[in-house]
Design a protein around this ligand. Sequence first.
Ligand code: B12
Length: 209
Amino acid sequence: MAIQNIFDAVMEFKDSEIADIVQIEIDAGTDISVILNDGLIGAMDEVGKKFADGFLFVPEMLMAAQTMKAGLEVVRPYLSETDAKPRGTVIIGTVKGDLHDIGKNLVAMMLEGAGFKIVDLGVDVEPAAFFDAAKENRAELVAMSALLTTTMPAMEECVKLFKNAGLDTKLIIGGAPVTQAYADKINSDGYSADAPGAVELTRKLIPRA
Ligand code: B12
């Protein structure tokens, strides 16, 4: 039932209360994945549906996002593996034209928790910026996020840039409108629908030395 409190707190934009509400649930021993999926992410899905149906508008989406972010910060330390050793460098960012960063941040947190070094370029990242950061940091993998159908083509641009330059950096993509079929079409090295899947994929693409 308390999971409902987390869901409701996001829906009601309780950004100053969400941290306590999430902490209470963690202390009660609820699985972190349940807190994430049924509480925080579930609420954002509901916000998206209400926006699509015209019951919520951009300012409300933004307030829900701020609340979700405050909740995520409480969860962050619990996403770390205790025995994790550095396993490789990952460049992550939301593609050009796109400002959505909650999913990207969650993927970054989980990858960091799994022992990867993360270089987070933020949002609205140009293909050339992914490319330069990958070279500069000798990154094994680049992870791109897009939440808008209109910004997905920036992923293809980026994949082309890397492949044309002959770099063997792995490129993975994700975000609500992205699919495995799209990943195959643009010749990226992988896709996952969620953050745990992103970790699994990255582990497969960057095997432990
Ligand atoms: C919050 C939100 C916003 C906030 C974003 C705040 C922020 N800091 O992120 C604000 C208010 C800024 C916003 C703005 C807009 N938004 Co908006 N937004 C959303 C909303 C409600 C939630 C997104 C979210 O955070 N979900 C929770 C996270 C955890 O999920 P996620 O991002 O999908 O990430 C998970 C997976 O996809 C995956 N993943 C994500 N990235 C990656 C990367 C890799 C490599 C991998 C492997 C996996 C992976 O793992 C994550 C965790 O499991 C969605 C609706 C929805 N359900 O998606 C609409 C939505 C994405 N927005 C939408 C729209 C239309 C807009 C605007 C154009 C509205 C407007 N008229 O201005 C603008 C665009 C601004 C821009 N240029 O980017 C539409 C997009 C429609 C489309 N198909 O293109 C949606 C779907 C709403 C809707 N139903 O219509 N938005």
